[in-house]
Each structure stands twice: as structure tokens, then as C-alpha cells.
Design a protein around this ligand. Sequence first.
Ligand code: PXP
Length: 267
Amino acid sequence: MLAVKPKIDLGVNIDHIAVLREARKINDPDPLMALAICAQAGADQITIHLREDRRHIHDDDAYRIINSSPIPVNLECAIDPEIITIVTALRPHRATLVPEKRSEVTTEGGLDVAGSYDLILNTIKKLNESEIEVSLFIDPTNEAVDLSHKLGAQWVELHTGTYANLYAMRYSALPHSHHAIDELRLSRHELDKRLADALEDIKKTADYAHSLGLKVAAGHGLNYQNVVAMVAIDTITELNIGQSIIARSIFTGLSSAVKEMKSLCQR
Ligand code: PXP
């Protein structure tokens, strides 16, 4: 428990604006317009993912967003030397290193930090030399935190997908993702137990990372219901949220969707 509760920042992931544009392969809607609205509505950060397959955000989007954003830009990317060269030239405030598989619908799990240790080490060095802070998107385990700390990352972002999935199954019977949980016929009692465990894993890992001096973010599958428990974890100082905000914006408008999420992120 911290003596003074630090504020929690909201990073809005606007990849899905580009997903909609790519459905038609035209120039509308433009993620740059979303940036302006999110910033005005109180977003503290914009998050975009420059994927190797460029399925949504393109290099040109990243360039325009980074160069005109009034708020910090967090650029998610794979630990791929070609992409990292582009990222160092773009110079976002932060790069979040994520695992990337072409077959996945979204980022389904955290980085294999042990398996890619040397590559991550060189990547962090290269990014830091360009004055770009580095965050590692990891599963909520102390082992992954220890390695991130040893690697010299400034941030860890804890993958909240398992928690979000269990929450969705418990309260709406709809899994957040069709991947993460195998057993779809768990009893409510068992779901309650697993949900509590998943939450505890995030809390303990966030506290541990904070105690080592790492800055702690969290994200994936967070929405207007399940975000409340994340906000209650004092050592998490940033949440990155995309799908639920952009989904709501279709019905309420983007400004209102961001403001509503921001109001849930008050401590
Ligand atoms: N954080 C990271 C590192 C991600 O890869 C994603 C998904 O792109 C998010 C946060 C946002 O996840 P969601 O769209 O499910 O809110």
C-alpha cells in the first residue's frame, strides 16, 4: 500500500480506428483525428501498434501521430530489428515491446523474456540511446518482472488478458477472446476462484515490480466494468485500453467514450 495514491493515467489505443479504415482500404476514418479528440477528452497518452504486417497502423500514421501529438505516444512493436530501426527514427516517447504472431487476432500473451533475452537487451539499449523509454509487455509473474528489471527496462506492462477473459466468462458467459481459456464449462464457483487468483497475480506482480523501481502499466481486454479492480491497485500507474473504448465510441462518440473511461480511472 502506498502512503499517497498516485494518479492513474489512461492510454487510449486507437489501432481500431485504422482497422475500420483498412476494411475499405481508403483514408477514412483517419486515426489522426482520433488523436485530437482523445487528447481533448482527457486521455493521458496515445497508444498505437506498428505491426510487422501493417494490418492497421501504417508507418505514415505513426509518423503523423508522433509528430503532431499534444500527449505522449506509446508505440507498441515487435522485437524485430527492421521495426526497431523504424521506431528509433520515429522517436515516440515510449516503445512497448510485444510478442507478435501473424496468425493472432490481437496480442494474446506476454513476451517470452527469457527466450529472447539477448535480443531484448540489445533492443532496449538501441531504443534508450535514442531517448525512447522501453516497456516490456509481460505476463503477470515475478520471474518476468525479475528479468525485465535485469534487462534495464523502464516500464513493465502487465498483460491483463487472463483476468479480462475470466471476468467476461463469470459475468456475461462471453469470453473476451476465443484463445486464452480452454475450459469453457467452469462452474461459477470455480470462475470466482480463478478470477480472484488472476487479480491477485496482477496485484502481487505490480507491487513487486514497483518495489524494484519499475514503472507499472497494465492492459488488454480492459473495459468499463473490469477496469475498476485495476484502478484499485495503487502500484499500477497507467492503463492502456483500446477495444472497449473504440467499441463504445460507435454508439456514444469518441469524446464521451474516453471521458467515461477517464472518470473510472480516478483514485
Ligand atoms: N496493451 C498492449 C500492449 C496491447 O497489445 C493491447 C492490444 O493491442 C492493449 C494494451 C489494448 O488492448 P485492448 O484493445 O484489448 O484494450
